[in-house]
Ligand binder design. Structure first.
Ligand code: ZN
Length: 177
């Protein structure tokens, strides 16, 4: 299955609030397969549909126990605080210490229409929260103060002008696409 290019900062699809998935069908399953290809290639542990230009509410991920899909996800509970140096394949080559809830309870649907319910802590919890942000048109830059954001945008603009979609060393190893 052929991978799809990952959209980077500056692409308007990343700022859009994605729409609920209406039909869980073969087309969606194929798209998930191609997104997983892109995610493993990157490599990353999660990839949200808007990152491949599809403004729909689902993401693919692999937290060490195989490829998975979460459709129309919703965080129903969150608790505590946890700081982590978080990066994003759509914001290549950069990362920031960001505080978010430590534990979450997330629900959604799988590709067979089955209900999924996950309670996650720390890094796994961070993965889902990060992907949820993509569905709401939010990027890491939205968590920065004004000065940090200005600096980041400057670097990103220069990088995008110079290199297109990849950074100076080509695609890099960032955990959160
Ligand atoms: Zn991301």
């Amino acid at each position: 299955m052929e991978s799809l290019p990952i959209r980077v900062f500056g692409d308007p699809v990343l700022k859009r609030v994605a729409e609920e998935v209406q039909d869980i069908d073969g087309t969606l399953a194929d798209l998930c397969g191609r997104m997983l290809e892109s995610m493993y290639e990157a490599p990353g542990i999660g990839l949200a549909a808007p990152q491949v230009g599809v403004s729909k509410r689902f993401f693919v991920y692999d937290y060490g126990d195989g490829p998975k899909v979460l459709i129309n996800p919703e965080i129903v509970e969150s608790e505590g605080e946890w700081e982590y140096d978080e990066g994003c394949l759509s914001v290549p080559g950069m990362s920031w210490n960001i505080v978010r809830p430590k534990m979450i309870h997330i629900i959604g649907y799988g590709l067979n229409g089955e209900e999924i319910s996950i309670e996650a802590d720390e890094l796994e919890s961070r993965l889902y929260q990060h992907e949820m942000d993509h569905l709401d048109g939010k990027l890491l830059l939205d968590y920065l103060d004004e000065e940090q954001r200005k600096e980041a945008k400057k670097i990103l603009r220069q990088m995008i002008m110079r290199q297109g979609n990849t950074g100076p060393e080509g695609p890099r190893k960032i955990q959160f696409p």
